[in-house]
Design a protein around this ligand. Structure first.
Ligand code: A3P
Length: 327
């Protein structure tokens, strides 16, 4: 049990910390940047916050005057394994974008959806009125009910979808599941045995990873609810090799000034991918679950997959009036 004196002292400390944080938030607003761009100051804020959380003195994420949790004005809807995490993180460098840390799975999960908009809002980050709240849950892309549900929440929402060579996406998907199973001590069938139906020697269209890569089929559903201009397609392959050009296109789509620059993104030779840095703070690459080495796949199987996807791709290209070099 704390004495009265100790309780008063705790309250006084919390008060001082709150005043201090408010001061730093004003610095942030004044700078027109994100907390993470403040470098040393953000460390101070971060460590004070961590201290408070460790001491169980705050249960809510600290926020600053003028900040609120808002329903997203933009969503990254998929597709899985096309670079959705990389894009979200890169866009988080923009001072006018507040990304949700976690995939919330609101529109693709009936239990979550039935919890209502307030539950969803509560999972959003705090933001200033001029900022765009951005959430990503790649399963939205393939969920039957998602377009209608999202349209009901906000018919003018801006949707971002990443697409990548569909065969590469299947391999990436397989690789992820393979490692997840490995971690649980489970075996996984060979890639070739999953994607090819050995009885017919045709592509196994019942395999979920194949179904996800038939982008045309899914996008058609979204275009029943949203205008083409509301859906921005990001080239997931280019995001790997030249992220800045893709980020600039997204900034334009969101109606934001271009803020993410060469200074924020650099190629990390050890990692083999682009990573992030802010002027004063640390360098950050994605976790090792992103950019895993893919298994070797027989050439004939790759050929079969490419042949299978080609007509679907063609329909996609005319649907979105854009061609990708996927052959
Ligand atoms: P691989 O792991 O197959 O290489 P998602 O985040 O949607 O799951 O996508 C994962 C993919 O993002 C990775 O697939 C990787 O190729 C790609 N990616 C794009 N930019 C990346 C980056 N800067 N760092 C790591 N992975 C990146």
């Amino acid at each position: 049990m704390k004495s009265k004196g100790q309780r008063v002292l705790s309250i006084a400390i919390i008060f001082c910390v709150t005043v201090c944080l408010t001061y730093y938030s004003n610095v942030k607003v004044w700078n027109g940047g994100r907390l993470s761009e403040l470098g040393e100051e953000s460390l101070t804020v971060g460590s004070v916050r961590k201290l408070l959380e460790d001491e169980d003195l705050v249960t809510e994420r600290i926020h600053f005057p003028g900040q609120q949790k808002r329903l997203p004005q933009s969503l990254i809807i998929g597709a899985r394994k096309c670079g959705t995490r990389a894009l979200l993180e890169f866009l988080g460098l923009h001072p006018l974008i507040q990304p949700a840390d976690q995939e919330v799975h609101f529109f693709d999960n009936d239990t979550n959806y039935n919890r209502g908009y307030e539950w969803y809002r509560d999972h959003m980050p705090y933001s200033y009125p001029e900022q765009i709240t951005l959430e990503k849950s790649p399963r939205y892309f393939i969920t039957e009910k998602a377009p209608e549900r999202i349209h009901r929440m906000n018919s003018s929402i801006k949707l971002i979808v990443l697409l990548r060579n569909p065969t590469t996406r299947v391999i990436s998907d397989y690789t992820q599941v393979y490692y997840n199973k490995l971690a649980k001590g489970k075996d996984m069938e060979k890639f070739e045995d999953l994607v090819i139906d050995r009885k017919t020697n045709e592509v196994n269209t019942g395999f979920r990873a194949i179904q996800i890569s038939i982008y045309y089929h899914h996008l058609l559903r979204w275009l029943k609810y949203f205008k083409r201009e509301q859906i921005h397609v990001v080239d997931g392959d280019k995001l790997i090799t030249n992220p800045l050009s893709e980020i600039k296109r997204v900034e334009r789509f969101l109606g934001l000034p271009s803020k993410v620059t060469e200074n924020n993104i650099y190629f990390n030779t050890t990692r083999g991918f682009y990573c992030m840095r802010t002027p004063k703070t640390e360098q950050k690459c994605l976790g090792l679950t992103k950019g895993r080495k893919h298994p070797y796949i027989e050439h004939s199987v790759l050929q079969k997959l490419n042949d299978f996807f080609r007509p679907h791709n063609k329909k996609l290209f005319s649907l979105i009036s854009h061609t990708f070099d996927w052959d």
